[in-house]
Structures are given as structure tokens and as C-alpha cells.
Design a protein around this ligand. Structure first.
Ligand SMILES: Nc1ccn([C@@H]2O[C@H](COP(=O)(O)OP(=O)(O)OP(=O)(O)O)[C@@H](O)[C@H]2O)c(=O)n1
Ligand SMILES: C[C@](O)(CO)[C@H](O)COP(=O)(O)O
Length: 378
């Protein structure tokens, strides 16, 4: 989505989730990512930047687990207070437009978000909603009357606004609004209704987490890629393997730091994305990559995966050499790769083998690595 405008996103995750019960819903797992993480990724994938996450003041640690570069802001006692805190955090460097989204809505699609942004060309506010289709009754334990449903809508988020207008509207509002459309309307702003989506549910009551999981599962796309790299040994006193410097009687001949493990893994991720290979992204002819730390290449591939809407689910690297010994360094290697890709060590596998003195690795002429990566749509 390229509108030529700066479109920021605010995800409000400052609530308690009391209707769902149990631990705060925004940090609950939803297919390998938190509910709030999924809401944030939905806006990120649509190209919104900067992104603000508003969280309970006591839950900064949970908020810090989400994507790098998020602006983290403590929330307030009500949803409106939390939105206001998010808007104020953007005020020093105001974007043109802002989309305000519930952390509790983890299934928003890029198409839905694009519709809201597009509608802001013609209106200071725009929000998704679905017409009420069921008959509406008034009553308690018995039906006391029927309510006409014409012209009634079920409101969703993200709700989008021209930034200056919604900031002024929130500053002027006495508080207690159900949503930002109510705040905008109180300030006299017109809000266009765009088509919402049935699957854009708000995780509110028991059973909703399972429903969201089913929705996301139907959309899930799994991709795999493999990579292979070789470097010849040459003069030197160390090799770098899987992000770890290891003392050795030789070095490797390479333009970068010659880390075959990270090169193979970078290629595996690029392969899964069908985005070519490491040489196309970081040409060896380019002097800026001379002696480069290969962590940079791996992080770049991880960022491309996120931009494409995938997260790396697990990786498996096999290093092939007679020496140095890899085993003692495996914990540090898992840590280094995990940090670069945002993976816990149990999702990073490092193995090593000799080639039984056969071939170029067997003759100790060089070191090779093979890698596999699995990517899952976020
Ligand atoms: N003080 C608050 C209250 C709510 N929210 C956020 O506003 C959204 C509104 O959804 P809702 O289902 O009302 O969330 P909760 O307030 O957490 O739920 P409950 O009312 O069941 O406690 C949620 O993403 C919630 O985290 C917030 O940022 N700050
Ligand atoms: C903003 C909202 O998601 C629109 O449907 C909703 O108003 C917020 O949640 P709540 O359930 O009304 O507290």
C-alpha cells in the first residue's frame, strides 16, 4: 500500500480481558504468536509505520517481546485513555493518517486495512463495520419487543483518521467513549463506513480464542527452503561458524566473515520466500560487504520474511568439516541464531558431521554447511 502519506498504527493492548478470564488475553498464545503480536503484524504487513503498542504499565516485559522497532507506551484506565496515550506518543512527529486497532482483533487482513486507508482520501474518518443481519429483540428472559435493524452496524477496528483531527478530538473528549468513531463524531468529524469482515472478530468471551485459531489456521501457508555454502580454508587463526568465532589453525577465504552456517541459513530463508540467493542481495563484488558480519545477512532475510507476512518457525543447520570441533559451541550458536531471528533455542537446531575424510571437507580443504528453514504465514 503506497499512498504517498505517512500512515501510523496504534494497537491498544491496555485492557484486562476480564470477560475472557484467565491471564490477559492480549498475551495469550494464538498459533505460536501472541494475540497482540498478531494484531501488530497485521498492521505492519499493510505497511503502516511507525507502529505504537499501548500496554498495561505493569506488562512492559510482555510488550517488549513483540516486533523490533515498536514504540511502547503505557496505557490508561479505559480504552479511550489508552488510545489518547498512543496518539500523544506520535504527536511530536505527526503522521498524516493513523489507524487505531484493538489488540484483541488478531485476524484483520491487509485488504480490510487497505480499504480503511483508501477511504481516508475522501473522509477525515473511516471504519469497518458489518450490517446487523439477525432480527433484534428487546427484553430480558422473555421477548418484549422487536428493534428495527435497518441502518444498524456492528463496529470493528482498525478505525482510521486524519491524525491531527483525531488527536484534537481525543484531547477535547470528556472520556468514556465506546470507540474512536464516537470520539471523532463528538468533534464533528464525518466517518465513512467501509466493509468489515466476519473473520475480524474481537477475542472477548471464552471460545473466541479457539475461533480465532481456526480462522488463522485456514489461512496458514507453510514454506520451506534449503541452503548450501562452502568456503575454502586459508591463512588465519579462527573461523566464524553460525555466528560464533572459533579459534582454529586456519581461517577461511571469503569476502565477508565466511560464516558458511549463516550463509546457508540465509539462503534457506530466501529460498523459502523465492527471493533468489544471498549473492543477489549482498553481491561479493560490493566492497561494503568486505569482512561483513554475516549476522547482518541473516537478519535481512528474517526481515524480508516478516515483510512478506511470514515468521521463521524453525531452522536446522548441519556443518560439515573435520575440524574445528563444533559440538562445544552449539549452545552459543543456537543463542546467536535465535537472537538474529527472534527464535527460542528450542527452534534452532545445529548439527555437525565429518565427511569421513572423503572429498574436500575430508581432506580439510574447507568447510561446508547445509540449512533448512520453515516459514509459517504470520
Ligand atoms: N484500559 C484499556 C482497556 C482496553 N484496552 C484495549 O481496547 C481493546 C478493546 O477490547 P475489549 O474486548 O474491551 O478488551 P478488554 O478491556 O481487555 O476486555 P474486557 O472488557 O473483557 O476486560 C482491547 O484490545 C484492549 O486491550 C486498552 O488498551 N486499555
Ligand atoms: C472498538 C470496538 O472494538 C468496536 O467494536 C469495541 O467498541 C471495543 O470493545 P468493547 O467490547 O466495546 O469494550
Amino acid at each position: 500500500m503506497d499512498t504517498g502519506k505517512r500512515v501510523a498504527g496504534i494497537v491498544v493492548a491496555g485492557g484486562r480481558g476480564s470477560r475472557l478470564g484467565g491471564p490477559p488475553k492480549q498475551w495469550r498464545d494464538l498459533g505460536g504468536m501472541t494475540v497482540a503480536g498478531r494484531a501488530v503484524e497485521a498492521l505492519a504487513r499493510a505497511g503502516l509505520s511507525p507502529l505504537v503498542l499501548v500496554h498495561p504499565a505493569s506488562e512492559a516485559a510482555e510488550a517488549a517481546q513483540l516486533r523490533p522497532g515498536l514504540l511502547l507506551v503505557p496505557g490508561g484506565a479505559t480504552r479511550s485513555d489508552s488510545v489518547r496515550a498512543g496518539l500523544e506518543a506520535l504527536a511530536a512527529d505527526p503522521p498524516d493518517l493513523v489507524l487505531i486497532h484493538d489488540a484483541a482483533r488478531p485476524c484483520a487482513t491487509p485488504a480490510l486495512i487497505a480499504r480503511v486507508v483508501a477511504a481516508l482520501d475522501d473522509s477525515p474518518g473511516a471504519a469497518p463495520a458489518l450490517p446487523v443481519t439477525d432480527a433484534l429483540w428487546r427484553g430480558g428472559s422473555i421477548v418484549e419487543g422487536t428493534q428495527a435493524r435497518d441502518g444498524l452496524w456492528r463496529a470493528q477496528t482498525p478505525q482510521g483518521f486524519r491524525f491531527d483531527a483525531i488527536l484534537a478530538a481525543h484531547r477535547a473528549h470528556p472520556g468514556g467513549a465506546a470507540d474512536d468513531v464516537e470520539v471523532a463524531r463528538a468533534a464533528g468529524l464525518a466517518v465513512a463506513i467501509v466493509a468489515g469482515e466476519e473473520d475480524n472478530i474481537k477475542v472477548t468471551h471464552p471460545g473466541d480464542l479457539e475461533r480465532a485459531a481456526r480462522i488463522l489456521e485456514q489461512r496458514m501457508d507453510v514454506r520451506m527452503g534449503n541452503g548450501y555454502d562452502v568456503h575454502a580454508f586459508g591463512p588465519g587463526d579462527h573461523v566464524t561458524l553460525c555466528g560464533v568465532r572459533i579459534s582454529h589453525s586456519q581461517g577461511v577465504l571469503a569476502h565477508s566473515d565466511g560464516d558458511v552456517g549463516l550463509h546457508a541459513l540465509t539462503d534457506a530463508i530466501l529460498g523459502a520466500l523465492a527471493l533468489g540467493d544471498i549473492g543477489q542481495h549482498f553481491p561479493p563484488s560490493d566492497p561494503q560487504w568486505k569482512g561483513a558480519d554475516s549476522t547482518l545477512f541473516l537478519r535481512h532475510a528474517g526481515a524480508l520474511a516478516r515483510e512478506a507476512g511470514y515468521r521463521v518457525s524453525n531452522v536446522d543447520v548441519t556443518v560439515v568439516c573435520e575440524a574445528p570441533k563444533v559440538g562445544p559451541h552449539v549452545p552459543a550458536m543456537k543463542q546467536a541464531i535465535g537472537q538474529s531471528l527472534g527464535l527460542t533455542p528450542d527452534r534452532v537446531s545445529i548439527k555437525a558431521t565429518t565427511s569421513e575424510r572423503l572429498g574436500f571437507t575430508g581432506r580439510r580443504e574447507g568447510v561446508a554447511a547445509l540449512a533448512t528453514a520453515t516459514l509459517v504465514s504470520a
